[in-house]
Design a protein around this ligand. Structure first.
Ligand code: ZN
Length: 477
């Protein structure tokens, strides 16, 4: 096993450990569970915690009141807690209004939810946008309760819904250019592991790894409650949006399903092509989904007034695995090996974006004599020598300033790393140079903001000529 694989394997166990630590916390759209979660994440990455007061307008929405739950139970006639929030926070419908009453089963059952098709699992339910309350139980327990139709129960939800704030976390790693990659994951689910502690853990691990590398792009990580979170973040960061060149929502990255990429609203953005390329060369089954305006927060980032090129990376898609939104989405469902696999693919996407530049062949009249330029020595006696030579011919042929390295990789069938390596070799011997900035590109200064200390270059080569948003030329033919 090489160093990089060993590092990724260790990362898989670290991510699973973080998920295990966060799992018991009762998170919701707002409230102390989200704060506690972000506080724990601060031990891993120095993220800033933002509090947006209830009532703050955010486009067509308003920051809601804060929900704080201390305890909840259903007691039978002998005073025994038969449903106990302290045993599982999924027992209470998230966002429930407070209640303390004695009710007959006939009335109580209207507020009790179960899953007949999975009789031992507790469902996850919310009522954020309506005033209601409820409990979730296993269907086995529901059937038992049904056997005593005349029994009475003490029902208590000790919660408050009052003015407070919406809490989100943000972490920014600057790059050499002002352009950014935005990564977003939702933080509002209680004890559910894959949805979405897996997304949070992978994001944190990526942030840690990227902080030790040289970066062409800046990386902005946001940890927000679903839907209202990105809407609030977007409404408060409109000025930043022009710098966001690519984006990814991270969710459902720890289960055993195949990797799935849901395209951005654009459908052919550079992030879409990079993700498709990495999955295609991953030697595992995968699926690519078209954009649709439901699912995760790519809907908000891809709303028409915002229109960021933001895809979603997951494994089994939301709603398409039986454990989704149930107590079976637990620490056994997510495994270090699947987290590692997701992280590897995410790093592949990042490395592709970092390294995707457009070059110009400086000897474009016929093929240059490779030996004369010392290229055969540059190839060494690598086993892949013949392959690298082919990659070199592809890069030379296509580098007319109109095709990026990703275009060339896609057209040639080579993986991106081989094409990048060929471009680096050609650049070294002076046969290739970066395409100069176009006049419109002068708006994007390339002030070097390299981090201190040793750094590994993701791209192999740093670019002084970043391309503006949507400026990449698609591959032809
Ligand atoms: Zn969910």
């Amino acid at each position: 096993m090489n160093d990089s694989n060993r590092q990724l394997e260790t990362a898989g166990h670290e991510m699973h450990a973080l998920i295990s630590r966060l799992f018991p916390i009762c998170r919701s759209m707002t409230g102390p569970g989200v704060r506690e979660t972000l506080q724990i994440l601060q031990e891993y990455v120095p993220l800033e915690v933002h509090e947006v007061p209830s009532g703050t307008p955010a486009f067509d929405w308003t920051v809601p009141r804060e929900w704080d739950i201390r305890d909840a139970y259903i007691k039978d006639e002998s005073g025994h807690r038969i449903v106990d929030f302290q045993e599982s926070n999924l027992h209470v419908v998230s966002g429930s209004s407070p209640i303390h009453q004695t009710l007959p089963w006939s009335e109580l059952k209207e507020h009790v939810y179960s899953l007949p098709e999975h009789p031992t699992w507790i469902p996850y339910r919310t009522c954020f946008h309506r005033q209601d309350w409820g409990f979730c139980v296993s269907h086995q327990q529901f059937v038992e309760l049904e056997k005593k139709p005349h029994a009475e129960y003490e029902v208590c939800i000790d919660a408050t819904l009052s003015d407070g704030s919406l809490t989100y976390g943000e972490f920014f790693l600057p790059g050499e250019t002002e352009q950014e990659l935005l990564l977003s994951c939702h933080t509002c689910h209680p004890s559910l592991a894959n949805d979405n502690l897996s997304g949070i853990a992978v994001a944190v691990q990526l942030a840690k790894m990227l902080s030790e590398r040289k970066r062409r792009y800046g990386y902005r990580f946001v940890f927000v409650p679903a839907t209202i979170g990105p809407i609030v973040w977007l409404s408060q960061n409109e000025k930043r949006l022009a710098n966001i060149k690519h984006g990814l929502v991270l969710a459902l990255l720890g289960d055993g399903g195949n990797s799935t990429y849901k395209k951005s609203r654009h459908g052919h953005a550079e992030i879409d092509r990079a993700a498709a390329h990495v999955l295609k060369h991953s030697d595992a089954d995968y699926s690519i989904r078209e954009f649709e305006p439901y699912g995760y927060d790519e809907r908000q980032y891809g709303s028409p007034g915002i229109d960021l090129p933001m895809g979603c990376l997951m494994r089994s898609p939301n709603g398409e695995y039986p454990e989704y939104h149930t107590s079976a989405d637990n620490l056994e469902l997510v495994e270090p090996e699947f987290l590692t696999d997701s992280l590897r693919k995410l790093l592949g996407i990042v490395e592709t974006l970092e390294g995707n530049e457009t070059f110009i062949n400086l000897k474009p009249f016929g093929e240059p004599r490779l030996g004369r330029h010392g290229l055969y020595e540059a190839f060494g006696c690598d086993e892949d020598q013949a392959r690298l030579q082919q990659a070199v011919l592809w890069v030379l042929n296509q580098s007319d300033g109109r095709h990026s390295l990703l275009d060339i990789a896609s057209r040639s069938g080579f993986d991106f790393a081989s094409i990048r390596r060929a471009a680096d070799a050609l650049q070294q011997v002076g046969l290739l140079e970066l395409r100069p900035s176009r006049p419109t590109e002068t708006n994007f200064p390339a002030a070097p903001l390299a981090p201190a200390g040793d750094s590994t270059d993701l791209a192999g080569k740093a670019s002084c000529h970043p391309l503006p948003v949507h400026e990449q030329t698609p591959a032809q033919g």
